[in-house]
Design a protein around this ligand. Structure first.
Ligand SMILES: Nc1ncnc2c1ncn2[C@@H]1O[C@H](COP(=O)(O)OP(=O)(O)OP(=O)(O)O)[C@@H](O)[C@H]1O
Ligand SMILES: [Mg+2]
Length: 254
């Protein structure tokens, strides 16, 4: 587990007259083991925020700290799942999952055992020898999740990971994500534009303004856990959805 602190974080791209300020004065604190979900209008800087936490992009103002240490680049303490599938097409599902472990120098037998454990967790045991091209979109994304988890990151960074999937597969992977999160003790920073997804998953939903992105509101989601997608039918859920949509629309229409 890890905690994340963002202090007056800002990001401006480009130089001279062609600058774009993507983020401005972002301050937030994500506690150990928290499931934090960020929503905001398209182009408001959500991916930029995640990329800074991943260490893929430097901030231009303020700072980002994990467990009190400033982020200077990518690290094994963080694992990222992107919207588009990022598997190695020439490696089997299991070899994809083992990839990071191989780089760490973990012996073959132990690698295979770890990979099989996570394949089981994401329900892909039968496909360990398949190539990515033989998998559906949802199965590819399960593999990407297993691969990240196999490296035991303290923090999972997910940028619209289910955005490209059909509605039914998305529901399955949301429930899977909750199941995995409850077992793995990771802190999660998750980006989505799907409000149902945000409420289902989150401890806190952080609402961003339109660009330049700021955090305009933090909505605690006090719905009891364990949760699954059936909670979307409850009045409690509908009420939270109304509050979040109202606030988001204000940003979109502004
Ligand atoms: N590498 C870059 N160089 C220049 N501008 C960039 C770069 N990356 C992002 N931007 C700009 O920063 C702003 C925020 O982009 P970002 O991708 O973070 O938004 P987003 O909230 O993730 O959008 P979406 O909801 O569409 O995924 C946009 O105006 C974008 O054009
Ligand atoms: Mg984005």
């Amino acid at each position: 587990m890890a905690n994340l602190v963002l202090e007056n974080l800002g990001k401006t791209f480009g130089h001279g007259e062609k600058t774009v300020t993507a983020l401005q004065d972002i301050s937030m604190q994500v506690g150990d083991g928290e499931f934090a979900v960020v929503v905001g209008p398209s182009g408001c800087g959500k991916s930029t925020l995640l990329n800074i936490v991943a260490g893929l992009e430097p901030e231009t103002e303020g700072q980002a700290l994990i467990n009190g240490r400033r982020i200077h680049g990518p690290g094994a303490d963080r694992g990222m799942v992107f919207q588009s599938y990022t598997l190695f097409p020439w490696l089997t599902v299991r070899k994809n999952i083992e990839f990071g472990l191989r780089i760490k120098g973990i012996p073959a037998a132990e690698r295979a055992e770890t990979a099989r454990r996570y394949l089981g967790l994401v329900g892909l045991s039968e496909f360990e020898n398949a190539l990515p091209s033989e998998l559906s979109g949802g199965m590819k994304q399960r593999t990407a999740i297993a691969r990240v988890l196999a490296n035991k990151p303290e923090m999972l960074l997910m940028d619209e990971p289910f955005g490209a999937l059909d509605a039914q597969t998305r529901l399955q992977l949301q429930d899977l994500t909750l199941d995995v999160w409850s077992k793995e003790n990771a802190t999660v920073l998750f980006i989505t534009h799907d409000i149902d997804e945000a409420i289902l998953l989150a401890d806190n939903v952080y609402i961003m303004s339109r660009r330049p992105g700021r955090i305009v509101e933090t909505i605690p989601i006090d719905i009891e856990r364990p949760r699954d997608h059936r909670i979307t039918l409850t009045p409690e859920f509908a009420k939270l959805k109304g509050v979040i949509m109202e606030r988001l629309w204000k940003e979109i229409e502004a």
